[in-house]
Design a binder for this molecule. Structure first.
Ligand SMILES: Cc1cc2nc3c(=O)[nH]c(=O)nc-3n(C[C@H](O)[C@H](O)[C@H](O)COP(=O)(O)OP(=O)(O)OC[C@H]3O[C@@H](n4cnc5c(N)ncnc54)[C@H](O)[C@@H]3O)c2cc1C
Length: 500
C-alpha cells in the first residue's frame, strides 16, 4: 500500500457521512459517492426554484441521540430548538399532550411516561391494560436471540397476546408504530416494535423529549459538516450512482464501479438504504454471487410523502409538533408549525406548515392539487382555523420505497456491518447493531462502527469512541436478570426431563 489507505463510502446520509468524517479525521484517502444531487440522504434539504426551503420530511432529534448531539458539539454548531412539547390529534380532536419529561420529577421508567402524558379521552382502565406488556419489554433485551424470538410475530399479535385493550392499541400504540416504524402493527415485526418503543419512550423518562433543527437539517448540519469533511481532505462526489464492485482473486473488493468510472479501494463501506442496496444487487454480478446479498431482495421499504404549505394568514397552532391518527387506516401523519421551529419563518406573515405522511402508499398516485386538498381537510379537522386559510404556495415531495420496513420475519435477511467480503462493510439504519439506537442516531452509529472496522483492518489512526445508550434503570436490569435466570432454570429442567 503506498500513500494513505483508500476507502470508498457509498451513500451520503447520516451513515455515510459519519463513516467518511471519522476516516477523513484519521488521515484516510476517503471518497464518498452519492447518487443524488446533494448530501443528506433522507434528511436532505434544498431550495425550490422559487428560493423556498424544503426537505424530505421533518426530522426530530430525541433525548437519547447522544452521538449526534456530541457530533454537533464537536462541529461547534448550534442547530437545534429548545426541547419542544407535542400533541396528538384524531378526527375527534385533541387526544394527547406531552410535557417536557426531563423538567418533571423523575419516576422509575416507564411510570413517568404514563403518569405525565396528558390523555384527553383515553380512560385509565385502557392505559393500565399496557402493564402486562412490560414482561415482553423486559424479555426483549435487543440480543440476537431476542430478535429471533420476537421477529416472527407481528406487533399487532404481540399487543393482543399481552392483553393491551383494543382502544389503547388503536389510539396509542398503533400511532407510535406508524410514526416510529412507518407501518401499521400487522405489518411490523414485534421485535422491532419492542426495540423502538423501549428506545424512544419506555427506557427512561426523558427519552421522548425532542428537539428540531431551526432550519433544514441540510442547511444547519450537513452543509457545515460536509465543509469540515472536505477541509480534512475527504472527497464528496455527488451524482455518482454506484452499480457494482470489482473483486480481486483473493476475494477482496479492490474498486467501486460507478458508470464509466472506477474508484480504487483498500476498503469499502456501503451506507445506502434498502431500496438503494437492492438496486445495486440487481446491477452487480459480484454481489449477486453472494447469498447474503441476494437475500436482501426479501426486504421491503415504505413510501413516505412530505408536503409543505405556505398559508395566507397566521394560524394559532398550540404545539409546534403534532402526530395524528385515525384518518386513514394504515397511514400515520405529523404536522409542524415551522414559524415556531425554523428561524427563516419566525417573522413570516402567514403560517408555514410541514405535513409528513408515513406509509403513504395510497397518496403517492394522487396529483399535487388532490394531495393539498386532503392535507388542508385533515388540518382543518385538527385545527378548524385552517379551513379559512388560502394556500398560497406548496411543495409536495414523494418518497417511494424510502424508509426501512421492519416487516415480521425480515430480521433473518438484514446484514451486519461485517460481510463475507473481508474488506466490505455495511452501515445504515437497517443494519444490525447491538447499540440499541434507532433511526438517524442508529444510521450515524452504524457509520461510526463501519469506520472503526476499517481502522481496525487497515491499521491507520484511532478508532472512534461510540457513546453507548444510557443503561437500563436498576429495576429493569434486575427484572431482566431474574427473567434470564428463570428462563435458564426452565430450560435446564426441560433438558433434564427429556434426558431422564
Ligand atoms: C419523512 C421522514 C421522516 C423521518 N423522521 C425521522 C425523525 O423524526 N427522526 C429520526 O431520527 N429519523 C427520521 N426518519 C428516518 C431517518 O431519515 C433515517 O433513519 C436516516 O436518515 C437514515 O440514514 P441512512 O444514512 O441510513 O440512509 P439514507 O439517508 O437513506 O442515505 C442513503 C444514501 O445513499 C444514496 N444511494 C442510494 N443508492 C446509491 C448508489 N447506488 N450509489 C450512490 N449512492 C446511493 C442515497 O441517495 C442516499 O443519499 C424519517 C424519515 C423520513 C423519510
Amino acid at each position: 500500500m503506498s500513500g494513505n489507505p483508500k476507502v470508498v463510502v457509498v451513500g451520503a446520509g447520516w451513515a455515510g457521512l459519519g463513516a467518511t468524517y471519522q476516516l477523513a479525521k484519521q488521515g484516510y484517502d476517503v471518497t464518498l459517492l452519492e447518487a443524488g444531487a446533494q448530501a443528506g440522504g433522507l434528511v436532505s434539504g434544498w431550495k425550490t426554484a422559487g428560493g423556498k426551503s424544503v426537505e424530505a420530511g421533518i426530522h426530530g432529534f430525541w433525548y437519547p441521540y447522544r452521538n449526534i448531539f456530541s457530533l454537533v458539539k464537536e462541529l461547534e454548531l448550534d442547530p437545534f430548538t429548545p426541547w419542544t412539547r407535542s400533541a396528538q390529534y384524531s378526527p375527534a380532536g385533541l387526544e394527547v399532550e406531552s410535557p417536557i419529561f426531563q423538567e418533571l420529577p423523575r419516576l422509575p421508567a416507564p411510570l413517568g411516561t404514563l403518569a405525565y402524558t396528558k390523555f384527553k379521552r383515553l380512560p385509565l382502565s385502557d392505559r393500565l391494560s399496557a402493564l402486562p406488556l412490560m414482561y415482553a419489554v423486559v424479555d426483549f433485551d435487543n440480543s440476537d436471540q431476542a430478535w429471533k424470538q420476537y421477529d416472527g410475530m407481528t406487533a399487532r399479535e404481540l399487543f393482543r397476546q399481552y392483553g393491551v385493550s383494543e382502544r389503547l392499541y388503536r389510539e396509542s400504540f398503533e400511532p407510535m408504530l406508524l410514526v416510529g416504524l412507518f407501518a401499521p402493527g400487522e405489518q411490523c415485526s414485534a421485535a422491532a416494535a419492542l426495540g423502538m418503543l423501549y428506545y424512544f419512550i419506555l427506557a427512561h423518562q426523558a427519552d421522548f423529549d425532542v428537539v428540531w433543527c431551526r432550519g433544514t437539517v441540510g442547511e444547519k448540519i450537513f452543509k457545515p459538516w460536509c465543509d469540515r469533511i472536505t477541509g480534512l481532505g475527504g472527497k464528496i462526489l455527488t451524482d455518482r450512482r454506484v452499480s457494482d464492485v470489482s473483486v480481486d482473486v483473493s476475494g477482496k473488493v479492490n474498486a467501486v464501479i460507478c458508470g464509466d468510472e472506477s474508484f480504487e479501494a483498500d476498503a469499502v463501506i456501503f451506507a445506502v438504504g434498502i431500496s438503494g442496496i437492492q438496486k445495486i444487487v440487481t446491477t452487480s454480478p459480484a454481489l449477486q454471487k453472494r447469498r447474503e446479498f441476494r437475500n436482501l431482495m426479501n426486504l421491503g421499504a415504505v413510501d413516505v410523502l412530505a408536503v409543505r404549505l405556505w398559508c395566507d394568514r397566521k394560524i394559532n397552532i398550540p404545539r409546534p409538533s403534532n402526530a395524528c391518527f385515525g384518518f386513514d387506516k394504515t397511514t400515520g401523519w405529523t404536522f409542524f408549525d415551522l414559524n415556531a421551529l425554523h428561524d427563516e419563518f419566525a417573522d413570516a406573515s402567514g403560517s408555514v406548515i410541514e405535513v409528513d405522511f408515513y406509509h403513504a402508499n395510497q397518496f403517492l398516485p394522487l396529483d399535487n392539487q388532490e394531495i393539498i386538498q386532503i392535507v388542508q381537510e385533515y388540518l382543518t379537522t385538527c385545527i378548524p382555523e385552517f379551513g379559512n386559510a388560502q394556500i398560497i404556495d406548496s411543495s409536495v415531495i414523494r418518497l417511494p420505497r424510502a424508509v426501512t420496513h421492519f416487516a415480521p420475519g425480515s430480521y433473518q435477511y438484514l446484514l451486519r456491518s461485517i460481510t463475507s467480503f473481508p474488506n466490505l462493510y455495511m452501515s445504515g439504519d437497517w443494519v444490525i447493531t447491538n447499540h440499541g439506537s434507532w433511526s438517524q442516531e442508529k444510521a450515524y452509529v452504524t457509520g461510526l462502527e463501519a469506520a472503526n472496522l476499517v481502522i481496525q483492518q487497515l491499521g491507520q489512526g484511532h478508532m472512534t469512541q461510540i457513546l453507548p445508550i444510557e443503561s437500563d434503570e436498576t429495576h429493569i436490569e434486575l427484572a431482566r436478570s431474574l427473567n434470564q435466570s428463570f428462563k435458564s432454570l426452565v430450560k435446564s429442567f426441560i433438558h433434564n426431563l427429556q434426558n431422564s
